[in-house]
Design a protein around this ligand. Structure first.
Ligand SMILES: Nc1ncnc2c1ncn2[C@@H]1O[C@H](COP(=O)(O)OP(=O)(O)O)[C@@H](O)[C@H]1O
Ligand SMILES: [Mg+2]
Length: 232
């Protein structure tokens, strides 16, 4: 923590949020595939591990071994922390009842048992897909997020974007439920020169934050936010 904030561990981004996430808050990182959601989420986890915090990574997309591969690629010595400070759990969203049950009922229990300070759900959009109707999804997600609020941990959930709107999550829901919303997106200049990545903090409850749009790069071992540069 820095100045009472929970850092994501990405310099420029933490600065944009006044030092990091508010402890106990719930953040959404929204972006289309390949924008770096998993990389951001892992960085948040690893920052906690380095502080000796217990962390949980719920993966609905990538298998456990892929998650570990990511960490190894980044040069993180994660192995001594496995099943100690790092708990990774892959849920199969194709088994509807099991996935819903485990997320709804077992996750709060797991957070308590592990004493998790940081929790990642990547991506929550695959969980949201499971509900049969919009009204059921809204009702269940509201309950789920409120349940997370009763815990002591800070949560980062990622989501795919809405097909037609890069500023909205796939189901147009978590941006309202979460305290903080970070948007990751591609910027394609009109002249069809290089595609860039840009991020912005569009919402942060109970805190002031930067509204600037900053370019970033995903490097082998870290995420680099170009704080000095402007996209527009
Ligand atoms: N270790 C790495 N070194 C360099 N680039 C990487 C590395 N990991 C991921 N990337 C780049 O970041 C992109 C986004 O990765 P990822 O975090 O999986 O995005 P998302 O979860 O949004 O789909 C990848 O397509 C790749 O271009
Ligand atoms: Mg991902």
């Amino acid at each position: 923590m820095s100045g009472g904030r929970v850092k994501i561990g990405i310099d420029g981004l933490d600065q944009m949020m006044g030092g990091g996430l508010v402890p106990g808050s719930i953040a959404a990182i929204i972006g289309s595939y390949g924008t770096g959601k998993t990389s951001f989420a892992l960085q948040f986890l690893w920052d906690g591990v380095q502080l000796g915090e217990h962390t949980i990574y719920i993966s609905l997309e990538e298998r456990e071994d892929r998650i570990f591969e990511y960490m190894a690629q980044k040069g993180w010595n994660y192995k001594p922390f496995l099943n100690k400070l790092i708990t990774v759990l892959k849920l199969d969203p194709s088994d509807f009842n099991l996935a819903i049950n485990r997320i709804k009922n077992e996750l709060p229990e797991l957070i308590r048992t592990v004493g998790a300070i940081r929790v990642v759900i990547d991506p929550i959009s695959l969980f949201e897909d499971l509900f049969e109707s919009n009204s059921l999804r809204r009702q269940e997600m509201f309950r789920f997020v409120e349940g997370l609020r009763d815990q002591q941990c800070t949560v980062v959930m990622t989501s795919e974007t809405d097909r037609d709107n890069p500023y909205a999550s796939r189901h147009n829901l978590i941006e309202y439920l979460c305290d903080t919303v970070i948007i990751l997106r591609y910027v394609r200049p009109d002249d069809l020169s290089d595609v860039h990545l840009a991020l912005e903090v569009v919402k942060m409850r109970l805190s002031s934050h930067s509204r600037e749009i900053k370019p970033y790069e995903i490097l082998q071992d870290k995420i680099l936010v170009h704080s000095e540069a402007n996209v527009f």
